[in-house]
Design a protein around this ligand. Structure first.
Ligand code: PAF
Length: 270
């Protein structure tokens, strides 16, 4: 991978990179298209990163379809796919991890304490291997994007981070590889995430700014769905991810909800 990118860069070309865990959907493909459009050479990684799964989570069951992924990437004009085996990135005895203190413990970090340490570690490793000029992430993983944006200058990495908008199905459900776990009824129940966020957006447009009242309204809407169990609903600033008393323009409303035990996330920026 390094040799390939070195060759490309020596010809003065700009390298774009989209890290993924595979089982690609239109959300991933929107990142791929942004890279193909705005850089000369696009690399996509497919790696289900064991370091970002807790022992009780779905690492083994995480959906995978390598052949379909490669076909999709080929048809999008991607130049190279990097798909290492777990042992190649984490050989026996691996001890080095990257942490972004504070930020990694908020929002999703409360229920997934090792998650962002795993994400940051693999993203840093992938950046070192691929050596991109620009890397593309999705706004659906808002906390991940904020943390990576913080890690990059703090570790003096020479890569620009682009964050692309959430891609939704026609009914509003944010695309996620984990949506594959849902049957029809569960998928319908999962619409409560988007619906509650849109309801909050309408309230905000109508002048409501009190964070506690907004959160209460969102929680009430989600709790009306019997299959849903709330992990968190928060309104935070996008720098430190700290809760607001009064919601301001540019703040993040983020939530995580279990639908019959499958945890999914969504968010809006006010
Ligand atoms: O967003 C994801 O799919 C993953 O967290 C990432 C960035 C590919 C790291 O494993």
């Amino acid at each position: 991978m390094r040799d390939r990118v070195r060759g490309v860069k020596s010809g003065g070309k700009c390298v774009g990179f989209v890290p993924t865990m595979g089982f690609l959907h239109e959300g991933h493909l929107s990142l791929v298209r942004a890279s193909v459009r705005s850089t000369d050479y696009t690399v996509v990684s497919i790696f289900v990163n064991p370091a970002q799964f807790a022992p009780h989570e779905d690492f083994k069951d995480y959906p995978r379809d390598r052949e379909r992924d490669l076909e999709l990437l080929r048809s999008e004009g991607v130049h190279a796919v990097f798909a290492p085996l777990p042992d190649a990135l984490y050989p026996e005895g691996h001890r080095t991890y990257v942490e972004v203190h504070g930020l990694q413990d908020r929002l999703c970090g409360k229920t997934r304490p090792a998650f962002f340490r795993g994400v940051c570690t693999v993203v840093l490793k992938l950046f070192h291997i691929v050596g991109p000029d620009v890397a593309f992430f999705g706004q659906k993983d808002a906390q991940q994007s904020i943390i990576i944006r913080r890690m990059v200058p703090e570790l003096d990495l020479d890569v620009r981070i682009e964050v692309c908008p959430i891609v939704r199905d026609d009914d509003g459900l944010a695309l996620s590889s984990r949506n594959a776990y849902f049957d029809g009824a569960q998928r319908k129940a999962a619409l409560c995430l988007h619906r509650s966020l849109e309801m909050a957006r309408v309230k905000i447009t109508g002048g409501e700014r009190d964070a506690a009242r907004l959160i209460h309204a969102i929680r009430g809407d989600i709790q009306a769905e019997p299959r849903a169990k709330i992990d968190y609903v928060e309104i935070v600033d996008t720098k430190e991810l700290l809760p607001r008393d009064t919601a301001r323009e540019g703040d993040l409303i983020a939530l995580a909800v279990y639908i019959d035990g499958v945890r999914i996330i969504d968010n809006i920026i006010i």
